[in-house]
Design a protein around this ligand. Sequence first.
Ligand code: PHE
Length: 386
Amino acid sequence: MNQWRAGLILAAAGVFLCGIAGCGRPAGDAASGADPIKIGEFASLTGEEATFGVSSHEGTLMAVEEINAAGGVLGRKLQLLTEDDQCKPSEAATVVNKLIARDNVVAVLGEVASTRTMAVTRICQDSKIPLVSPSSTNPDVTKTGDYIFRVCFIDPFQGTVMANFASMTLKIKRVAVLTDVKSDYSKGLAKFFKERFKALGGEIVTELDYNGSDKDFKAQLTTIKAANPEGVFVPGYYTACALICLQARQLGLSVPLFGGDGWESSKLTEIGGAAVEGNYFSTHYSSEAGSELSRRFVEHYQKRWNGQTPDALAACGYDSALVLADAIKRAGSTDGGKIRDALAATKNFPAVSGTITIDANRDASKAAVILQVKGGKFKYLGTVEP
Ligand code: PHE
């Protein structure tokens, strides 16, 4: 049995125990002080980007468990209802519809990938159920309406960070870009990177694309090699990016490859091996840097999840649940509109991935970290403030 299933069963068992102890009331009775507050979560627990969903879920569930151990919110426990969207936008819509219509959740947490979050923003907005994405960075995600929030930075910032890094730290002037046209995240990040890189005097020597689950990138990489770049920007997700690194090296393309948060997965090095060594990416969090809060988070996480070190997905998932719980507390209510207002008023909230203030666009302005693949691990190089 994998961990997220175990978590779900534990959560279900908690509700059951509460029921036989006589503290439960019929579900949906919002007036009851003893009913758990239902929070929906949708995540890619299986499929091409499963490590995103699994990590994010582990962080989210741990936050809910800690909140409950400390007495819950408004005198009630939180109950996390988690659904797997299998990395499919259509499935994301199906499970979020179910969480809202059948399970009566008061808010929804998720997703990591921007395209899948964007598949449900309209549903949440129209149902007046607040949505908090832990780590979707495409700027359009929160534009659907005033019920849609995120606790992470957005890609105009991340693109700028990596363009500055290429230009000023790597000191390269000629870059090729390889974009996943199936991903809103990849297309957006490519665009913001190019704008900034060109503004810094850099040249985009060639631009090519691929389709999400492609496995063979030799044709694109052959064209890229012929354009003689000094680096290749690959704003995709880890499975494709690891294969791109691998095939680039096989073709004798030896310049640095670099990308954004989508690279972050233990699978990157598992798939890419020596070919990903030395390459770079930006992300939201590093367990090697950060506050006292972050240090405690790493310690708890390792205890809770078999010694694993939390990645940025876990940290952002954890923070999304904390920010939502804090908003429910300040709202003094589980009413969607009141939670919405409280989320919008989030200010200087001390979270693991940084201090969170929700801005007028319902985004969080936060620092990014730059990591380098070294010895099969992700080495922290530095922090870039917004
Ligand atoms: N930011 C990516 C997106 O919007 C998802 C992601 C977040 C991936 C954090 C890895 C780490 O699609």
